[in-house]
Design a protein around this ligand. Structure first.
Ligand code: GTR
Length: 333
């Protein structure tokens, strides 16, 4: 008697057909829903670039990652959002390196006033080996910096009078971002520094809780601060890079292929942001001028710089391991 074959050819075909049908019916792989933090309003260069990032990621990961950007800091103020991203409660964000200093000490080097001579120098340096060193420091704190955005140069503005010399800062109550270096910066100029969340500054200016603040043209304009603080003085004391950062836990959960796709999207977003930034600076400047803002050059920038020397000295004393980073940035310009 012939032994029966376990599987006939037709039986095999049937099984293959059933397996195929089941696969077709199966639910698609669950997409990763990524929540992204953004401090700026829609239409701001960073916001537009973050939207492009989200769109490109969804496309190039074939929908495996679906980023969604939450504008206007609705998910919390910046120091809070940095912690949320470190812990993986948020998946990605565009962070300024200013409020990053208290969490990632190496990034404080970027907050030493006048460390960068120009925005172009900052871009060049952040694109190179020094930028990589800073990205490594961020990674140690669970933040994967995929690309660097620009945020121009920050200058002082206030409700009282033009600032031309350090003496003009005397008595000015100025809002600063959350970082002790900025408190020292304003104090060394004779003003009173008040650390405060970005979203609270408009009201504080209006009610006279503070007399001024410092920021770049696009933020001065988009926040409406220019409506209240009419003197914008070109101190250009800080040129801060910003990151497009992903939470380490979200990053580690990606396949190598998807990591590549996300990194490429972040790099494209940075290119777009830098281009939009330049255009926005001009538009913001026109808008504030048209509303009656008085813009002035500072007579002697060196006088402001000289007041910052003790901050450098103290910083290096407190952080000797960061002296080489400071020196390398200086030597690269
Ligand atoms: C903007 C920057 C924001 C935030 C803000 C501030 O220029 O893009 O991330 O740092 O300044 O002053 O708090």
């Amino acid at each position: 008697m012939q032994t029966r074959k376990r599987f006939s050819v037709t039986g095999c075909l049937k099984i293959t057909a059933i397996a195929g049908a089941l696969a077709a019916m199966a639910l698609p792989v669950q997409a990763e829903q990524w929540r992204g933090w953004n401090i700026h309003p829609p239409g701001y260069p960073n916001s537009v670039a973050l939207q492009s990032f989200a769109k490109e990621v969804a496309k190039t990961t074939d929908g495996r990652v679906e980023p969604k950007v939450y504008d206007n800091a609705v998910l919390g103020d910046q120091p809070d959002a940095i912690e949320q991203t470190r812990s993986g409660a948020l998946d990605f964000a565009n962070f300024n390196m200013g409020p990053m200093g208290p969490i990632v000490p190496a990034t404080n080097v970027l907050s030493l006033p006048f460390i960068f001579k120009s925005v172009d120098d900052m871009y060049r340096i952040m694109n190179g080996e020094i930028g990589q060193r800073l990205a490594d420091a961020l990674a140690e704190k669970n933040l994967i910096a995929l690309s660097w955005f620009g945020s121009g140069a920050r200058s002082l503005y206030n409700t009282e009078h033009p600032i031309r010399t350090p003496a003009d800062v005397k008595g000015i109550k100025a809002r600063v971002m959350n970082n002790d270096l900025y408190v020292e910066m304003i104090d060394n100029l004779g003003g009173n520094a008040t650390p405060m969340a970005y979203g609270e500054v408009y009201q504080a200016l209006k009610t006279g809780v503070i007399d001024g603040a410092e920021n770049n043209y696009p933020s001065y304009e988009s926040s409406g601060h220019y409506e209240v603080a009419k003197y914008y003085s070109l101190t250009q004391h800080l040129i801060l890079p910003e990151c497009l950062c992903v939470a380490k836990s979200s990053w580690d959960a990606l396949s190598e292929q998807d990591q590549k796709a996300v990194r490429a999207a972040a790099e494209h977003a940075a290119t777009e942001q830098r281009k939009l930034w330049q255009e926005r600076v001009e538009k913001s400047k026109e808008k504030v001028l048209a509303s009656g803002v008085k813009i002035n050059e500072v007579d002697d920038k060196a006088a402001f710089q000289a007041k910052m020397q003790p901050i450098y000295d103290e910083f290096i004393k407190q952080n000797p391991q960061l002296e080489s980073l400071v020196k390398d940035i200086q030597a690269a310009q």
